[in-house]
Design a protein around this ligand. Structure first.
Ligand code: ATP
Ligand code: MG
Length: 304
């Protein structure tokens, strides 16, 4: 028996004759946080929907909590908490009522669900909103409630599609801290995100997909070392093409994205020297990060 909480083997999904998930394989070990990253339309949500038995794969094998998907999806989902990409709370019910109704899907009695509400609302910092109608909450509050709701069945595995999209920086940091504490308690997390800092902080391992195909997989720091392996100087405030001609001889590689020039450097000194007394230029010298990896592999231009 494998100790993988999630397994994908050569999974395919086609819509209108086009492969949107293309022979995708990956696994998530019990107790780890695994990230699924990719540009808009890469197939992340479709992948999660297949994992949960909400979309049927055209080929391949999927297992969740040791159960075969989709045939045993109902059983597997008893042990899973789900945060969909778009909130599907009932706007006419209160916060508490939403949690109680959701608990019923897992066979929780009203009194059992009610007993869990204070801890769940504390998780989401919504303590004062228990009796508020969901339709009156802000977008970020609804997102936090959806996160709290995913914990009502005390799941072993959390499947989260962009859990922190729409949250302000404070709320995002709160959720990162909460997800870390869930990991410390042995939960397994599979998440998608467009926040590279989030993936870098939370994920033990991640894979990047593009047009449904896996293009990279590994620990964030391994990917940064193998794909970039040097520092970055970002420059903006001048014509990037002209600057590139001047700085390229001192860089391992350069890239232009919009008005910004990216210089990948092993020795930053010569580039610094040429930028130091230029007025009107802004630049920052920093270690490479996961965003550099993502943009290098998927391209700095928008895709859809
Ligand atoms: N039910 C559907 N019918 C037809 N095409 C679909 C369906 N669901 C998704 N697609 C297509 O599949 C592709 C992948 O969509 P998906 O929602 O999985 O992407 P994603 O990686 O989650 O993107 P985003 O980051 O924007 O959420 C897109 O081209 C989308 O238009
Ligand atoms: Mg999506």
């Amino acid at each position: 028996m494998s100790n993988h909480a999630i397994e994908f083997l050569e999974v395919e999904k086609h819509y209108s004759g086009r492969a949107v998930v293309d022979r995708l394989s990956f696994h998530v070990r019990a107790g780890e946080c695994f990230g699924l990253l990719g540009p808009n339309g890469a197939g992340k949500t479709t992948t999660l929907r297949m994992l949960l038995g909400l979309a049927e794969p055209d080929a391949g094998r999927i297992a969740l909590c040791g159960q075969t998907i989709p045939s045993q999806a109902r059983l597997a989902r008893q042990r899973v908490g789900v945060v969909p990409q778009f909130d599907n709370l009932d706007p006419d019910f209160t916060v508490s009522e939403n949690l109680i109704v959701f608990g019923r899907y897992f066979g929780l009695s009203t009194s059992k669900a009610r007993a869990m509400i204070p801890a769940l609302l504390d998780f989401a910092r919504l303590e004062s909103k228990a009796e508020a109608r969901v339709g009156e909450l802000s977008g970020g509050m609804k997102r936090r409630l959806t996160l709290a709701r995913a914990l009502i069945n005390d799941p072993d595995v959390l499947v989260m599609d962009e859990p922190t999209t729409g949250l302000d920086p404070q709320a995002r940091h709160l959720i990162w801290e909460r997800l870390r504490s869930l990991l410390a308690r042995g939960k397994t997390i599979l998440l998608t995100t467009h926040f590279m800092e989030e993936a870098e902080r939370l994920c033990d391992r991640l894979c990047i997909i593009e047009e449904g195909r896996k293009i990279a997989e590994g620990a964030p720091n391994e990917l940064i070392a193998s794909e970039i392996g040097c520092d970055v100087i970002e420059v903006y405030g001048a014509s990037p093409a002209t600057l590139r001609d001047e700085l390229a001889p001192f860089a391992v590689r350069t890239e232009i994205s919009g008005e910004t020039l990216f210089c990948y450097v092993r020795d930053a000194e010569p580039v610094h020297a040429r930028l130091a007394d230029r007025t009107g230029l802004r630049y920052v010298h920093r270690p490479a990060n996961l965003e550099d990896v993502f943009l290098r592999l998927t391209g700095r231009e928008m895709q859809d």
